[in-house]
Design a protein around this ligand. Sequence first.
Ligand SMILES: [Zn+2]
Length: 245
Amino acid sequence: MKAAIAAGPLAAAGALAAAGAGYWLCMSSYSQAFGAFPYRGATGRKVVALTFDDGPNEPYTSQLADFLGERAIKATFFQVGRAVLRHPEVTERLVREGHLIGNHGFTHEVTNYLGRRTLTEDVRKGQAALATVGVRPALYRPPWLLRVPALAPVLREHGLTAVSGEFCHALEVCQPAPEMIARRALAKARPGSIIIFHDGYDGHPGNRASTVAAAKIVVDQLSRDGYEFATISELLGTPAYQASA
Ligand SMILES: [Zn+2]
């Protein structure tokens, strides 16, 4: 009888633990359960890679391009195909100025990232959108970092390598004060870090002023600390683009 009474909370705790483990396996920055998913470069040098997901999203992506240009810093932008079709001139500018563009899906809608058929279509359409601005990425970052068993074979078919990273701040989506985002990002930064910012919101328009201001604080502080900035290609020693078909 006692055991039966205990089973309720135990079962609930078990379900919670399973959900936690599932989350960790499929969505954490660090799990390698579904194939190689680098979240940091293997270097002792003071160098970090700045990455920006979910754009282009104006005017924030252009503000970042202005700032990075002033500092002669090259970053990596994982862009959403449908947003690229909305602002192709912004992506073209990033490419022209030496930033790298990776595929971050076409729709960024969760239902498309669970099964092989929809995932294949989303990855393919993301590549097609980026082809309209003249690039054929070799780097892919899954939306929400969500990995499912179908991801590795789909990426292989498309010549893509998955790239992880560490979120600048868990609440960046709510756009807290820039200092708050920057403080958390700086606390995590170390040689080889890949920092994830969001210049867009799942490929939708949205205010990302806090992110832009936070990125500036992070760059200024890391520069004072003697850090340099690299693209994902430079940091991981992996090509950004595939040879044209
Ligand atoms: Zn995203």
